[in-house]
Design a protein around this ligand. Structure first.
Ligand SMILES: *[C@@H]1O[C@H](CO)[C@@H](O)[C@H](O)[C@H]1NC(C)=O
Ligand SMILES: *[C@@H]1O[C@H](CO)[C@@H](O)[C@H](O)[C@H]1NC(C)=O
Ligand SMILES: *[C@@H]1O[C@H](CO)[C@@H](O)[C@H](O)[C@H]1NC(C)=O
Ligand SMILES: *[C@@H]1O[C@H](CO)[C@@H](O)[C@H](O)[C@H]1NC(C)=O
Ligand SMILES: *[C@@H]1O[C@H](CO)[C@@H](O)[C@H](O)[C@H]1NC(C)=O
Ligand SMILES: *[C@@H]1O[C@H](CO)[C@@H](O)[C@H](O)[C@H]1NC(C)=O
Ligand SMILES: *[C@@H]1O[C@H](CO)[C@@H](O)[C@H](O)[C@H]1NC(C)=O
Ligand SMILES: *[C@@H]1O[C@H](CO)[C@@H](O)[C@H](O)[C@H]1NC(C)=O
Ligand SMILES: *[C@@H]1O[C@H](CO)[C@@H](O)[C@H](O)[C@H]1NC(C)=O
Ligand SMILES: *[C@@H]1O[C@H](CO)[C@@H](O)[C@H](O)[C@H]1NC(C)=O
Ligand SMILES: *[C@@H]1O[C@H](CO)[C@@H](O)[C@H](O)[C@H]1NC(C)=O
Length: 422
């Protein structure tokens, strides 16, 4: 039955295991006493029972302060099932001949663990290293090339050496304050990339990555994804210290794009980005004055909120926003870039220097008036609207969808005048 799990894992991590298809056709056989059903070892004797198995079938857990200070599993080569080591006070875990864990390999809450030997490990279902403050090295000498998910959280690791995977469901690296560099050969992530709170100056390089679903980046000082062409979920850059961000070949983001609270960010470049399926949010980036890095962006499927001190906002291709639209700058950018825009929701553009009339009002107060009502700003995944696109953008009439009737008409009036207020 654990074998079933293996097959499942293989199915999910297709590309990874396709690297070595012998693994998927392997039929495990185990010596007697090595076929477990959720076996938990809590002392030396229990650990010895596991240690005697070259091949173990079933879920194996080593748990608690009764485990020996050195857990020696040198004879174990394969575990068909999950392998958990949790809350042990052990200092050392040796599994130098372990090649395969078909389910989850989880080491968690082992606060003393300082030495880990996984020299031959190449294949795991999920690798989960969590709450291992004294562990500075992964001990992956051969390195894993097949895995379904990799989660490294709250460890003392200084690098991700030996995690050499190409395709993953989840890549999650957070709260490892000694990791200063993440440079991965990952090519595809089908679920999420989550990187946050590692070393303050962490540089992240994912230059082989071509597609990902959700990407969340926080507390990063530089980021590079030279080959990322599609984000099939959301892309979020939150509270990073990078001064520049560039996605040179990214063409589409299926859900939302959020660039928020990146205090040093002064350059944002998405030269190929054509479509954002959900919300488009740029706010609280104190140094970001230039918003001209979206030359190809033509449609936003959710709402737009761009708030900041922008001196330059050019959106040469932007034609359609399916949610609400809100632009507010204290800098000298104007609303002219949005004149031809078709907005289906509420719309407001406020610029302190305006080429057109009515720049007189004090932005701040009109701002607080308006926001109380709208609040539909994060109407992110409004994919529905994309189909009926042909209706809009007749000419340079700003707002189109007349089912908003008088409301829209009012917006349109103000909008063509260069400013909308409410
Ligand atoms: C494993 O797959 C990756 C990505 O598809 C490929 O670059 C690599 O050469 C493969 N390795 C082997 C040993 O087949
Ligand atoms: C594939 O995995 C099997 C079982 O672990 C191993 O014997 C074999 O050498 C591997 N083949 C390659 C090309 O890595
Ligand atoms: C390990 O310890 C943590 C924190 O003390 C606790 O939350 C967790 O439930 C324990 N794990 C197990 C499997 O007992
Ligand atoms: C880490 O290792 C040091 C010395 O080896 C030890 O004093 C400490 O208790 C260990 N655990 C933690 C959580 O630092
Ligand atoms: C991170 O990148 C910056 C700028 O490229 C560089 O100066 C620094 O040395 C890098 N840090 C590490 C740990 O590689
Ligand atoms: C970029 O991704 C494509 C697949 O979209 C792949 O064929 C190509 O080899 C990748 N290039 C690099 C430099 O990784
Ligand atoms: C991701 O998005 C791209 C571009 O829209 C599309 O071609 C691709 O099929 C999508 N992949 C998945 C897994 O949805
Ligand atoms: C705004 O940026 C665009 C693109 O970089 C540039 O062509 C244009 O001259 C800039 N406008 C101003 C007023 O700086
Ligand atoms: C915007 O205004 C600032 C000062 O308020 C000025 O230094 C800058 O040159 C202006 N930028 C443009 C593009 O006019
Ligand atoms: C836009 O973002 C700003 C800054 O976070 C926020 O104060 C405001 O309420 C948002 N406006 C709308 C209409 O969502
Ligand atoms: C306007 O929007 C409503 C509701 O979102 C939709 O049902 C209607 O088809 C749209 N009309 C046009 C002309 O786009």
């Amino acid at each position: 039955m654990q074998f079933k799990k293996l097959l499942l894992a293989c199915g999910l991590s297709g590309v990874a295991l396709a690297n070595n298809s012998t693994l998927t056709t392997n039929t495990p056989t185990a010596a007697s006493g090595c076929s477990f059903s959720a076996y938990t070892a809590t002392d030396s004797k229990g650990v010895a029972k596991v240690a005697a198995c070259a091949t173990a079938i079933g879920d194996v857990t080593i748990h608690g302060s009764g485990a020996p200070s050195t857990i020696d599993l040198s004879s174990v080569k394969e575990i068909y099932g999950d392998f958990h080591v949790s809350n042990v006070t052990s200092y050392t875990l040796l599994a130098p001949n372990l090649e395969l864990v078909s389910g989850e390999l989880e080491l968690t809450g082992n606060t003393n663990l300082a030495t880990l030997n996984l020299a031959q490990l190449v294949t795991v279902g999920t690798l989960r290293l969590e709450a291992l403050p004294n562990l500075s090295k992964t001990g992956l000498t051969s390195g894993i090339t097949s895995a379904d998910s990799v989660i490294v959280s709250d460890t003392g690791l200084s690098s991700l050496d030996g995690i050499n995977v190409f395709k993953l469901k989840e890549f999650n690296v957070n709260n490892n304050d000694q990791i200063e560099s993440i440079n991965s050969g990952l090519e595809q992530v089908t679920d999420s990339i989550y990187i946050s709170y590692n070393a303050e100056k962490v540089n992240v390089t994912l230059d082989k990555l071509s597609t990902a679903k959700d990407v969340y980046l926080e507390s990063i000082s530089s980021f590079s994804a030279q080959n990322l062409t599609a984000v099939n979920g959301s892309l979020s850059l939150y509270s990073n210290s990078m001064d520049k961000v560039e996605f040179p070949v990214l063409k589409s983001i299926d859900s939302s794009l959020s660039i928020n609270k990146n205090d040093d960010l002064n350059e944002v470049n998405f030269p190929k980005l054509e479509k954002v399926g959900g919300a488009f949010v740029v706010e609280n980036n104190d140094d970001l004055e230039d918003l001209s890095g979206f030359p190809k962006l033509s449609s936003v499927g959710g709402s737009v909120n761009m708030t900041g001190t922008f001196d330059n906002a050019t959106f040469d291709s932007l034609k359609k926003v399916s949610g609400a639209f809100y632009f507010d700058t204290d800098g000298n950018a104007t609303c002219s870039a949005f004149k031809k825009l078709s907005v289906q929701g509420k719309s407001k553009c406020h610029a302190s220097t305006s080429s057109s009339k009515s720049s007189s009002k004090s932005g701040k107060s009109s701002k607080s008036d308006s926001t109380s009502k709208s609040s539909s700003d994060s109407g992110s995944d409004s994919k529905s609207s994309s189909s009926g696109s042909s209706s809009s953008s007749k000419k340079s009439e700003a707002i189109v969808n007349t089912s908003f009737s008088t409301f829209a008409a009012v917006v349109a009036t103000f909008f063509t005048a260069g400013i909308a207020l409410f």
